[in-house]
Design a protein around this ligand. Structure first.
Ligand SMILES: [Zn+2]
Length: 182
């Protein structure tokens, strides 16, 4: 296993739609192991492959406080979302130091494949549901800052910029995107 560098806001791969995984092979299992190691090292509860520069539809999640075992999901799809919504604080390993409340469905069902290639369905609520939505968003090039109002996003990015971003990133992320990405 290997620790991999995490892509930071401004990196193009974070804004790209990741490709479906066609085959589950040894390389993919190594990737999943590396993703877990990288996530734990960064003290995250979820990680998507684009965050380590790999534009493929793979996520890993460890939300132990919800009683769920750590798992990897390949080609995950959100198949159901509950009516009830909840606001909860989110951060992202790719936007270190920034957090904001994000409004999302409280319950979701997700289908995909596990690392053995078997179809799996995961139903989650609360933090697990939030984490699943956040990670699947990454596979579509969507970040949690896209779920807040454009004004709020600009404020967040201004704050973040002081320590991390360049003017070019701020302009692209703060002004170049519509606020209606989900
Ligand atoms: Zn993230």
């Amino acid at each position: 296993m290997a620790l991999l560098p995490i892509e930071i806001l401004g990196s193009e791969v974070l804004r790209r739609r990741a490709a479906d995984v066609a085959e589950i092979d040894e390389d993919l299992r190594i990737l999943i192991g590396d993703m877990f190691e990288t996530m734990y090292d960064a003290e995250g509860i979820g990680l998507a492959a684009p965050q380590i520069g790999i534009s493929r539809r793979v996520i890993v999640v460890d939300v132990r406080e919800e009683g769920a075992e750590p798992f990897a999901l390949i080609n995950p799809r959100l198949v159901e979302t509950g009516q009830e919504r909840e606001k909860g604080e989110e951060g992202c390993l790719s936007i270190p130091g920034l957090a904001a409340p994000v409004d999302r469905p409280l319950r979701v069902a997700v289908e995909g494949m596990n690392a053995d290639g078997h179809p799996v369905r995961i139903e989650g609520e609360g933090l697990l549901a939030r984490c699943l939505q956040h990670e699947i968003d990454h596979l579509d090039g969507v970040l949690f800052i896209d779920h807040v109002s454009p004004l709020k996003r600009r404020m967040l990015l201004q704050k973040w910029k002081r320590s991390f971003a360049t003017d070019a990133v701020l302009k692209a992320e703060g002004e170049g995107r519509s606020g209606a990405r989900g």
